[in-house]
Design a binder for this molecule. Structure first.
Ligand code: FES
Length: 159
């Protein structure tokens, strides 16, 4: 602050330089920009984890098995690098799911005896349709859309 004794008014140097970028303003912009980029770099992976882009992703059609390969134990396969399984449902149809638990991401196991998926981490359970039925998982397993041509079973994305 500079006091002008001639007319007793008080003004700041920044007001004098209206329209120009002062050193202070420049440094403030740099600091603000750097802070914004740092926060974005920190929060982007968290946002991606919380809201995966699977729904908007284009899925490839993938042959996963023939019908004769699917026993009571089901059949493991990887789809988009995700551990997955196809099982024979009690109504005779097939169901295919990601085995990634919707709680904290452990890999669930198909329990033939109980006809459900059990998560070994916190005992979360999913029924044969992938629906969360007990424990901490907040939502069903990711279900895949299947198509069957002859004896071949294909995954064609999310159901
Ligand atoms: S990670 Fe599966 S129940 Fe917690």
């Amino acid at each position: 602050m500079i006091e002008d004794k001639s007319d007793s008014s008080v003004y700041s140097r920044e007001e004098d330089d209206a329209g120009k970028i002062t050193r202070r303003r420049f440094l403030s912009l740099i600091f603000t920009g750097a802070t914004a980029m740092g926060l974005a770099a920190f929060f982007a992976p968290l946002a991606r984890y919380a809201y995966p882009v699977l729904k908007g992703q284009v899925f490839e059609r993938q042959k996963i098995a023939t019908t004769s390969q699917i026993s009571a134990e089901g059949l493991r396969f990887d789809y988009i690098e995700t551990p997955s399984m196809v099982i024979r449902l009690s109504d005779g149809n097939y169901g295919a799911y990601s085995l990634v638990c919707t709680h904290l991401g452990c890999i669930v196991k198909w329990e033939v005896k109980n006809q459900d998926f059990l998560c070994p981490c916190h005992a979360g359970k999913f029924d044969e349709n992938g629906i969360n039925i007990s424990g901490p998982p907040p939502k069903p397993l990711t279900k895949y859309k299947l198509s069957i041509e002859g004896n071949d079973i294909y995954v064609e994305g999310l159901a």
